[in-house]
Design a protein. Sequence first.
Length: 301
Amino acid sequence: MPRASARGGGGKRILFPMIAGTSEREFHAPVAGGEIVGWVRGIGPPALLLHGGPGISEYLAELAIELSGVMTVARYQQRGLPPSVTEGDRSVDGHVADAVAVLDALGWQRAWIIGHSWGGHLAMHLAVVRPERVTVLAALDALGALPDGGAAALGENVAQGLTDAQRVRLDEYSAREEAGEGTAEEWLEIFRMLWPYYFADPASAAPMPDFRMDLEGHLATWSSIAQHFEGGTLERGLPRLQMPALVLHGDASPIPYAEAERGAALIQGVRLRILPGVGHFAWLEQPGSVRREMEALLASA
């Protein structure tokens, strides 16, 4: 199974057209080797969105719009693809450092950290390493906290609907990637085949955007994720958190919701919400569902 198909949901800088009357400003955060570029909008408490992948172009504009009525929402392109710096450390630790630099550039001493897929996994690492910068932790359909986070099951689940010919192509690419011969173009070809199966109803899946891919960074981040799994970073660190936390997961997600339950069990006082009939992209499959959960958490916090 290629890492691309087995791990993460992602997209481009903007999935769908902006809602009329909304506005968004660009910001630049100095980081090692260059800068991270992002966008901020909305009113209310500061919230930083972390997109999935890893190594995929930013895709959370629609979620930012959904949340912007109740929060000041920032999103950014993670290191590895333009307009952000394309080189440098794409380990878990490097991505954590970049997220902290973004908070600094925004002037946010603390913020809600809301991550989707790999971004939810990254949000957990950020909360463990720099808890003083996190007001609330929210993991949306995230790669799990305990080995292997549901990655193997994800790969199997999104491949279930493939034709025989597509499975042959998937196996061919997997062998090429294992041999170090895969390309970003092939990765995207495979992801395009698998895209509908990230949704609860593949037949009504949102059209796949024109993704961009940093394959080198994708592989480097996954190697780092595996090292942290082996070291038990989240297993040791999550029980020490003292902040409010939300784990939100679709019951039809290709990442089994049992992974959300396993991770949530490590966090004191966590709010665990399993959304019925929802796959990997809750804000696309049930618009307003993520905002409702954030509003409930805002009220309780």
